[in-house]
Design a binder for this molecule. Structure first.
Ligand SMILES: [Zn+2]
Length: 262
């Protein structure tokens, strides 16, 4: 199951059903976290196969190429079934075992109902939330490969584009990925079996326009959107506002002196 088992704990674990989901949703942020010195792991719930265009071997190689491009040190495939991925006890145990093994400070979960795309996306989000809860449970070590209980302190959502619920999240935030957008695009391009030239042109356009929109609202060239399950708590209003918003950061849109803040 684990291609690169490591006893080392990870700062951030990102979880999604298919190899290429996380690159598209938050590849810029993952690459940036690595640059910032955090230990990051990508956890694909399934191989992504079968698809009309790929094979197990090509998908595995593409995922590895994308991992290297983003410089992410750990990429694990949890080996749950593609196309019929369902939230249930076994899937929860499998992912929670990884959480207990790698003991992340933050888990990022891809989430959202995508009626025009794979139903795995919704199920993966449910499995992620449940696994985060299961990870801390006592008296069940045998269900988690003998690993001990571990409570994941923080959960972050990364919503799929065109998410059907158009959810009103308690809180959202945008990470500035202006300096890693090209790495992100390159990592998506690594999935050549999924994106031939015409499809890649479309997905690149989708990424640049979506990330351009989210980034622009905070004064960045490109940004990735995240959400939290709760409101943001702050002991200090000033440091929160100064630290989190682009209002004090230089606007990075070339040729524009001023950008209205959203
Ligand atoms: Zn997917």
């Amino acid at each position: 199951m684990a291609e690169e088992p490591s006893p080392e704990s990870l700062d951030v674990i990102a979880v999604a059903p298919h190899p290429d989901d996380l690159e598209i949703l938050c590849g810029g942020t993952l690459a940036k976290l690595v640059k910032q010195g955090y230990k990051v792991g990508i956890f694909d719930l399934t191989s992504g196969e079968p698809t009309p265009r790929g094979s197990l071997e090509t998908r595995k190689q593409e995922a590895e190429d994308a991992r290297r491009l983003l410089n992410v040190p750990v990429r694990i495939n949890v080996d749950l079934p593609n196309r019929v991925l369902m939230d249930g006890p076994e899937a929860r145990f499998a992912l929670a075992t990884q959480f207990r093994k790698y003991r992340p400070g933050i888990v990022i979960i891809a989430t959202g109902r995508t009626p025009a795309a794979s139903p795995d996306h919704l199920q993966g989000g449910l499995i992620g939330e449940a696994a985060r809860f299961y990870s801390q449970l006592t008296k069940w070590d045998e269900r988690f490969d003998g690993t001990g209980p571990y409570r994941v302190p923080h959960l972050v959502y990364v919503p799929f584009p065109f998410e059907a619920e158009q959810r009103s999240w308690h809180s959202t935030f945008v990470v500035d990925i202006s300096d890693t957008i090209d790495l992100k695009i390159a990592a998506v391009k690594a999935y050549a079996s999924q994106f031939d030239a015409a499809r890649f042109a479309r997905v690149e356009h989708l990424i640049r326009s979506t990330n351009g929109f989210h980034g622009a609202r905070c004064g960045y060239m490109y940004g990735e959107l995240f959400a939290l399950p709760t409101p943001v708590g702050a002991p200090d209003l000033v440091s929160l506002v100064h630290g989190s918003k682009g209002s004090l950061a230089p606007v990075q849109i070339p040729g524009k002196d001023h950008l209205p803040m959203g």
